[in-house]
Design a protein around this ligand. Structure first.
Ligand SMILES: C[S@@+](CC[C@H](N)C(=O)[O-])C[C@H]1O[C@@H](n2cnc3c(N)ncnc32)[C@H](O)[C@@H]1O
Length: 244
């Protein structure tokens, strides 16, 4: 597959980007910011771990950067802590969104710390570099914490999930956010889940909005202990897990 910009065919509906290629939404219309925090931060028990002081650095791995909403929600949470540890947030994206769609995120969540002009410019340049040379796939950006002076690093890899996952280290938390398994089986294939396992260690946690039975069983088969939890808002269930 050779991903390119034209493949990220998008329609905006009431501020929510919808992928025409996958027939799925990037985030929920009902409280997208809160849902991201509920599913990925709280689902992974990140607030608890970050204040425990038990590790010098935490590494997060995300499948599907999309609009960057999960990244910004995590960054905002970290930024408001008094004494947070450094965080390295790895994400990947095969079909980068055009700048206009990223900008629309700021309109969908007014008052939230989202895309700045500088970040948009840097993203655009990195994306163009990757389009010219598919090996040049990394966009890295750092945020300094005002009190602790620790750093939150985002490392976004452009390319297909299977290629990008090879660049990930062993992470502490997974955000599995690659559209629904029915609409995007590649993001949930045995190969993808096996790579997730390869880049996990004992204690690595995961969270996802899906509660699909075959995803639960496949993750269990790879050594994750999986729990069904109440989903966000009207959603009945979601999955969280820990690698044993
Ligand atoms: C639900 S969206 C992610 C939402 C995102 N986390 C956010 O905060 O906006 C899923 C993302 O996975 C990406 N994606 C889908 N299939 C992919 C693949 N095979 N390789 C890499 N990225 C893929 C899509 O382009 C999309 O951006």
């Amino acid at each position: 597959m050779k991903p390119n910009r034209s493949q990220a065919a998008i329609e905006l509906k009431e501020g929510v980007p919808i992928s025409l290629s996958f027939g799925d939404v990037y985030f929920s219309k009902e409280g997208g910011w809160e849902e991201s925090r509920y599913v990925f931060l709280e689902g992974n028990r990140i607030p608890e771990f970050l204040s425990s002081g038990s590790k010098n650095i935490y590494q997060i791995g995300e499948l599907g950067f999309g609009t960057g909403l999960n990244f910004f929600v995590t960054l905002a949470f970290w930024y408001n802590l008094q004494n947070p540890p450094p965080i390295h947030f790895y994400s990947l994206e095969g079909f980068p969104l055009p700048i206009e769609i990223l900008q629309s995120l700021n309109l969908s969540f007014p008052g939230k710390p989202l895309w700045t002009e500088t970040l948009l410019g840097d993203y655009e340049k990195a994306f163009e570099r990757w389009e010219k040379n598919p090996i040049d796939r990394i966009w890295k950006t750092e945020t300094l914490h005002p009190q602790s002076k620790n750093i939150f690093t985002l490392e976004l890899l452009f390319g297909d999930v299977l290629d990008c996952l090879d660049y990930f280290p062993s992470v502490d938390f997974w955000y599995l956010d690659g559209f629904s398994p029915k609409k995007n089986p590649m993001m949930w294939s045995e190969e993808t889940l096996t790579k997730i396992k390869t880049h996990s260690q004992v204690g690595t946690r995961l969270a996802t909005f899906t509660a699909a039975g075959f995803i639960r069983r496949n993750l269990e088969g790879l050594g994750f202990q999986i729990q069904k939890q109440k989903g966000f808002g009207k959603k009945r269930e979601m999955l969280t897990g820990v690698f044993l």
